[in-house]
Every structure is written in structure tokens, then in C-alpha cells.
Unconditional design. Structure first.
Length: 355
């Protein structure tokens, strides 16, 4: 049994009594979250943790806030930084722990922020606005940077643009600390790329597409002058019934088990979670199930560190539902009552830093 201690953070919009960031104790063995306290953050739409686990970053209305985490996972605000644009929607750090990346859905901007040695956020080093047009659909006609995540070799930043159906690949110029466009991965029109994750060894990339409701698998090679991505598979995130009415569905949450063997995806509209087994040699996906999650608009999901349980943040039904994963029978078993939480946006289960 895993003896390490974990805490869950759920970012919310500030409605009614919600303060913004909810903290939960995590019972790993039984897959249970128990409310602990709330931290004031103005509309926490996404959170991310530093590589050394000591700091938590959160989107807020004015930019990004950083909190110091103690050995219990409780938070102490250190400082905030204005990202010089509209509010962000996604956060990640590079593998050296020197840079914070911010994705801007509303203004199509990628922002690069320095991380100071003491954990505080420093100045904005660069900001790049995406340009171009996507489809003429109302929600998808201009740039919307929905995800910013570095490749596992830390050579490139992948900026997933939901609006213009592209993944722009940047490198950081060592001398100027500016973002330099290295290449563009062009996706199918109106597919709506939403998120990207990499296999545990970094050789494969998995892109979740919100509008076409699919995961596309790519090989990745960063050993040459330019990044190389080659598509090898596309698999639907929907059930057979859902595929008949896919226009009303939207792939949303995207998570990988800690051992890198399974991917989970939540889908709004169908209000379900799908699970895929990863072939470690080929990187290909095998769909194992698509099952309902007893909530409305499952915007995000988190996998417990032992891989045996998941928690789903249901944005429209103001709830978190928890399930046990039966890998032999390929089913989800709901346990416990849904937790009430107003408009949850994101959920992360994170190990606490050691003393």
C-alpha cells in the first residue's frame, strides 16, 4: 500500500459561498476525498504543482498566484503576477523548474513567466499571441490556447490551440528567454484540439480533441534539429450510442495513470468516462470502456495515485463523483455520496512535499 500522503485541490468559480480553491484530504486506499478547507482565489480555473512539489500555482482573475505547500498540503500565498492579458486557463512548468507557462483561452496567448529560486513568481519574460482563423463556428473562429505542456525531453513547449486547430511548438531561446516558434502541428479542421499528454518515456504524444471527440496518437522525436510528430492512430472517446449524436458531446478531462499504462477521458454531453489501455511498445490505445459518471458536464477528472480509483469534477451539477476502477471486468463502481462543490473547474491529486 502506498504510504505517501496526498491532498486534492479543486479549483472553482467564485459563486455563492465558494472561495475559489477547495482542499481535500485523500484516502488513497479507499478512493475517498474529504473536505478540509478553502483558500481564497478569484475564480481558480486551473492549478498546477511545481516539480519539487513545494509550490502550487493557480489561475486567478488578475493572473497567476503561487502558494507554498507545507507537509500537510496546506497553502500559504507567496505572491501573484499579472500575465498582461486576459485570464488564463492552463498552467504547467518546464522540467528544470525555472519557467511557468500560461495558456490563454480568451485571448489566444502563451505567456512565459520566470520562477524565482525562493518559489515566488518573477516577471513575465515573454508573451505570444496566436493568429489565424479556424472554422466559422461561433466558438471556434479565432485562437484559443487551451493547453501548454512541455515535451518530456524539455526541448519544446506544446501550445494546443482549440480555435485554429493547431499545436504550435516553441523553444525558449537561452540568451533572450523568449519563445521561438519551432514548428506547427496542423490538425483536422474543426477537430478542436484540447489537451496533450506524453507517454511515460516521452516517445508518444496523445492529443485529446474536444469537437471530434477522439484521441490521436503520435510518435515524438526531439533528437533532430526540429521536433518530429507522426500520427499513428485515432480512436473515438465516445460509446457507440454517443457517436450517433456526437455533435452534442465534448471531450474534456484527460488523465494518465502514474504507471503510464492507462488513459482516462471524460466527455460532456454524453456525461461519461472512457478508459484506454496503452501498449507500451507501440504507444497505441485500446478502448476498454465508456461508462456514465452520474454528473453533468464532467469538466475534469483525477486518478488516485494507486490507479484504482478516480474522481470526476462535474461542473454543471456542482459535484465530485468517485469511482473504483475494476480493470479485470472493465467497469467503474461508484462509491460514496457525491461531494457538493460549486462549479468545479479542475481537480488534482498531488503528493505533499516531504518535511
Amino acid at each position: 500500500m502506498n504510504k505517501k500522503k496526498y491532498v486534492a485541490y479543486v479549483g472553482t468559480y467564485v459563486h455563492g459561498s465558494s472561495k475559489g480553491l477547495n482542499v481535500y484530504d485523500v484516502d488513497v486506499e479507499n478512493g475517498i476525498l474529504t473536505p478540509r478547507n478553502e483558500v481564497e482565489v478569484s475564480n481558480s480555473s486551473y492549478v498546477s504543482v511545481s516539480r519539487n512539489l513545494k509550490y502550487l500555482y493557480s489561475i486567478e482573475d488578475d493572473g497567476v498566484a503561487v502558494f507554498k505547500r507545507d507537509c500537510n498540503g496546506d497553502l500559504e500565498r507567496l505572491n501573484s503576477v499579472d500575465i498582461e492579458g486576459m485570464r488564463g486557463c492552463f498552467l504547467s512548468t518546464d522540467y528544470s523548474g525555472k519557467y511557468l507557462f500560461v495558456g490563454g483561452y480568451h485571448d489566444g496567448k502563451v505567456t512565459l513567466v520566470e520562477i524565482l529560486p525562493d518559489g515566488r513568481l518573477g516577471k513575465v519574460l515573454d508573451g505570444v499571441f496566436h493568429r489565424g482563423l479556424g472554422s466559422v463556428a461561433e466558438r471556434n473562429f479565432r485562437p484559443h490556447v487551451n493547453c501548454v505542456r512541455p515535451t518530456k525531453d524539455n526541448q519544446y513547449l506544446c501550445a494546443v490551440d482549440n480555435g485554429i486547430d493547431q499545436v504550435k511548438l516553441y523553444r525558449i531561446e537561452p540568451r533572450t528567454k523568449k519563445l521561438v516558434l519551432a514548428d506547427i502541428l496542423r490538425c483536422t479542421r474543426e477537430s478542436g484540439p484540447r489537451n496533450i499528454r506524453f507517454s511515460k518515456d516521452g516517445r508518444f504524444a496523445y492529443i485529446l480533441f474536444e469537437l471530434s471527440n477522439e484521441i490521436r496518437v503520435y510518435t515524438y522525436d526531439g533528437s533532430g534539429k526540429d521536433p518530429q510528430f507522426e500520427e499513428i492512430q485515432a480512436v473515438s472517446t465516445l460509446s457507440e450510442d454517443g457517436e450517433e449524436d456526437a455533435v452534442h458531446d465534448a471531450a474534456s478531462g484527460f488523465a494518465m495513470t502514474a504507471d503510464g499504462k492507462y488513459i482516462f477521458c471524460s466527455t460532456a454531453g454524453e456525461n461519461a468516462v472512457s478508459m484506454f489501455k496503452i501498449d507500451e511498445e507501440s504507444g497505441m490505445l485500446e478502448k476498454r470502456f465508456v461508462l456514465p459518471i452520474s454528473g453533468d458536464y464532467p469538466k475534469d477528472l483525477a486518478i488516485f495515485p494507486d490507479g484504482r480509483h478516480i474522481a470526476v469534477a462535474n461542473h454543471a451539477s456542482n459535484s465530485i463523483t468517485m469511482f473504483t476502477v475494476d480493470y479485470e471486468k472493465d467497469i467503474l463502481v461508484m462509491h460514496g455520496k457525491p461531494l457538493k462543490v460549486e462549479t468545479p473547474n479542475c481537480i488534482s491529486i498531488i503528493q505533499v512535499p516531504e518535511e
